[in-house]
Design a protein around this ligand. Structure first.
Ligand SMILES: *[C@@H]1O[C@H](CO)[C@@H](O)[C@H](O)[C@H]1NC(C)=O
Ligand SMILES: *[C@@H]1O[C@H](CO)[C@@H](O)[C@H](O)[C@H]1NC(C)=O
Ligand SMILES: *[C@@H]1O[C@H](CO)[C@@H](O)[C@H](O)[C@H]1NC(C)=O
Length: 220
């Protein structure tokens, strides 16, 4: 007679393996000191392959891409400069990255979410309203000034708006080398191909003309 593993043992084993699985957390831990991304390599695993160690120099560990103020002359009056693995290959596999966010008076970094990272940030200058909405539709927000920090739990929709009279600057940090961003207005109203109006009129309970008007602003 073959012995059969009881069902409850199988279920407990599955639950334990899910809880302990690294995919449940942020980026996985690195397997070596560093792995400078070779962005041109044809091989990608879960990240980028490493540049040969003999090609690595000090410059691979430093990045001055966040030193310049961004151009905020656009629809939202804001400019995001990314310091992720694509811009700074030295971050590859290390599970962290940073962005610079410049916002003109009245401007906004529109509602968006980062599927792969929790975000923390610090206001360097200006006055901002920073807020996020939970999966239970609770809105948490606060007005911040220079030196004050905030945190946005992983994956939640959030925004930063300049409510002061001066330019605002924020530096943000993420527990992923490539946090990704789904920007709500572009996601829903500017995708290619376009999300059908039948979906959006039903979802937002408005007429198609209103959907067309919003789409026209986001190239949808
Ligand atoms: C490594 O350096 C060699 C010699 O400079 C160069 O030919 C090669 O393209 C470099 N490889 C990568 C992945 O950077
Ligand atoms: C900023 O962007 C606007 C719109 O694209 C452009 O007209 C302007 O020349 C840019 N300013 C600078 C300083 O690059
Ligand atoms: C935040 O700033 C806005 C705009 O200046 C103001 O209307 C609001 O009362 C402020 N909220 C708090 C809690 O200070």
């Amino acid at each position: 007679m073959t012995s059969i593993v009881p069902l409850h043992i199988i279920i407990i084993s599955i639950v334990i393996s899910i809880v302990l699985s690294p995919s449940n957390g942020s980026d996985p831990d690195p397997l070596q000191d560093f792995c400078i991304a070779d962005l041109k390599s044809k091989f990608t695993v879960n990240g980028f392959s490493c540049k040969p160690a003999t090609n690595v120099s000090s410059d691979d560990f430093f990045f001055d891409g966040l030193s310049q103020e961004g151009n905020t002359s656009n629809l939202f009056g804001s400019s995001l400069t990314q310091g992720n693995v694509l811009a700074f290959p030295g971050l590859n596999t290390l599970g962290i990255s940073m962005n610079r966010l410049d916002i003109a008076p009245g401007g906004i970094n529109p509602p968006h979410s980062h599927p792969r990272a929790t975000e923390s940030g610090v206001v360097i200058k200006g006055r901002l309203l920073v807020g996020f909405i939970t999966t239970g539709n609770v809105f948490y927000s606060k007005n911040l000034t220079a030196g004050q920090m905030f945190v946005i739990p992983k994956g939640l929709v959030h925004f930063q708006m300049n409510i002061g009279a001066e330019k605002a600057l924020i530096i943000t940090a993420f527990n992923s080398h490539l946090p990704g961003a789904a920007v709500v207005p572009f996601n829903l109203f500017g995708s290619r191909p376009s999300v059908p109006n039948s979906v959006l009129t039903k979802a937002f309970q408005v007429e198609g003309t209103i959907i067309d008007e919003i789409k026209s602003k986001f190239g949808g």
